[in-house]
Design a protein around this ligand. Structure first.
Ligand SMILES: O=C(CO)[C@H](O)[C@H](O)COP(=O)(O)O
Length: 227
């Protein structure tokens, strides 16, 4: 079977923002592959988090892959500043890029960042197919398994139909899930075909976060051996 490798990405939204560099190092030392960074503008979602200045500060303390999820209304306005700040991946929402996604993906790629597209729970999965199949394709699809905006919400199992559809169509695509992932929900996501796993409260709230990271990885490896 052709597969894709697991990428476990603790959501730094659940970390102690006052100690972000130390929290980032702790997650990487515990086996995380990526650090998931939630950029929210208080408009696309009803919450305001961090932006390029925080990414730039964090970048001075880590070489880790910064998997940036842009929950913003105007993603084009963020490309240059996020690239300059040191973002590794730039995932925008399809709901706000219907008109200009081709231009947006081109611009993201031109900066050296890796483009991804995210979709909210109410958005049909078919809307991202053209972005995966275009001449300048995105390299990851992020299926939101909660309404974007806040950590600590309940996983939506019915989103697994979208993950399955994507995995059937695109065997080597990075498929990320975000929201409510943890020991009780990972098997459903892994079986559906997700290989990039964002987990906030289940990792940072655990007595042994490293055990949760290992468990998430083991579940993906078991469901999708990448040989
Ligand atoms: O994008 C997000 C919210 O919009 C967070 O990354 C996500 O909710 C992770 O938190 P948790 O694992 O606690 O659900």
């Amino acid at each position: 079977m052709v597969g894709v490798s697991p990428k476990i990405a603790p959501s730094m939204l659940s970390s102690d923002f006052a100690n972000l560099a130390a929290e980032a190092k702790r997650m990487i030392d515990l086996g995380a592959n990526w650090l998931h960074m939630d950029i929210m503008d208080g408009h696309f979602v009803p919450n305001l988090t961090i932006g390029a200045p925080v990414i730039e500060s964090l970048r001075k303390h880590t070489n880790a892959y910064l998997d940036c999820h842009l929950m913003v209304t105007n993603p084009m306005d963020y490309v240059d500043q996020m690239a300059k700040a040191g973002a590794s991946g730039f995932t925008f929402h399809v709901e706000v890029a219907k008109e200009n996604w081709q231009e947006l993906v081109k611009k993201i790629k031109s900066t050296g960042m890796r483009p991804g597209v995210a979709l909210k729970p109410g958005t049909p999965v078919e809307q991202v197919y053209p972005l995966v199949e275009g001449t300048d394709p995105v390299e990851m699809v992020l299926v939101m398994t909660v309404e974007p905006g806040f950590g600590g919400q309940m996983f939506m199992p019915n989103m697994m139909d979208k993950v399955r559809a994507l995995r059937n169509k695109y065997p080597t695509l990075d498929i990320e899930v975000d929201g409510g992932l943890g020991p009780s929900t990972i098997d459903a996501a892994a079986a559906a075909g997700a290989n990039c796993i964002v987990a906030g409260s289940s990792v940072f709230g655990a007595p042994e976060p490293g055990d949760v990271i290992s468990l998430l990885r083991a579940s993906v490896e078991k469901a999708q051996p990448s040989t």
